[in-house]
Unconditional design. Structure first.
Length: 213
């Protein structure tokens, strides 16, 4: 893992450290444009598995000790602190894994660990800056029944498909723990809607599991 991170940092981060300072982000009227090198570096970082490195096998992690994770991330920090984008994403996902409900974890945290979503900080109060204890905005319950609506409005169809796919993959990994040298993210399970059961991709067994609501 350390060799892999050193190589990615050397090839995808370090050569563009100056570029991301001189080629500033700009808004074209519809979206924010960043240097292509930023996109390529983030994709390589996510593909390495570092976003979920310290997480359990069951959710696609490698269960690395924090000391190893921190040492591996040191290569990226030294190569280009400007490009590095994993800290807020991992921090956001870790927060949800501790305090979020099951659906929030599936929709947001797992997508962040997979590199599909990114976490960020919205510094919308100038008087607070990095002193988060001075932030005046507070989240309050949004009327009666807010507990049953953890994602706000109805979940878009393509998000629901992602949720179902992640649950299938997780169920398969729990059914068949990865063997030595096997990538725990490589296996999937197929959802049999007629039988309301998951069918393992590695054996003929199927088993029922409650569907998320």
């Amino acid at each position: 893992m350390l060799d892999t991170c050193e190589r990615i940092a050397r090839e995808k981060y370090a050569p563009f450290n100056r570029l991301v300072d001189t080629q500033e982000p700009h808004f074209d009227g519809e979206k924010v444009i960043l240097p292509q090198a930023t996109h390529d570096a983030q994709k390589a970082y996510a593909a390495s598995g570092m976003l979920s490195a310290a997480q359990d096998y069951a959710i696609g992690g490698m269960q690395l000790p924090y000391t190893v994770e921190a040492a591996a991330n040191g290569f990226f920090a030294m190569a280009s602190v400007s490009i590095g984008s994993g800290m807020l994403t991992t921090g956001n996902a870790n927060l949800l894994m501790v305090h979020g409900n099951a659906l929030q974890k599936q929709v947001f945290a797992l997508n962040e660990f997979a590199g599909r979503f990114s976490g960020t900080m919205c510094l919308s109060e100038p008087q607070a800056g990095s002193s988060l204890s001075d932030v005046a905005t507070r989240a309050v319950p949004d009327g009666e029944g807010f507990e049953s609506d953890p994602l706000g409005p109805a979940l878009p169809a393509h998000w629901q498909q992602d949720v179902d796919q992640q649950r299938r993959a997780r169920a398969d990994r729990e059914h068949h723990p990865p063997g030595a040298g096997e990538d725990p993210r490589a296996r999937t399970a197929s959802w049999c809607r007629a039988r309301a059961a998951f069918r393992c991709s590695s054996c003929p067994r199927s088993w029922s599991i409650p569907k998320a609501t």
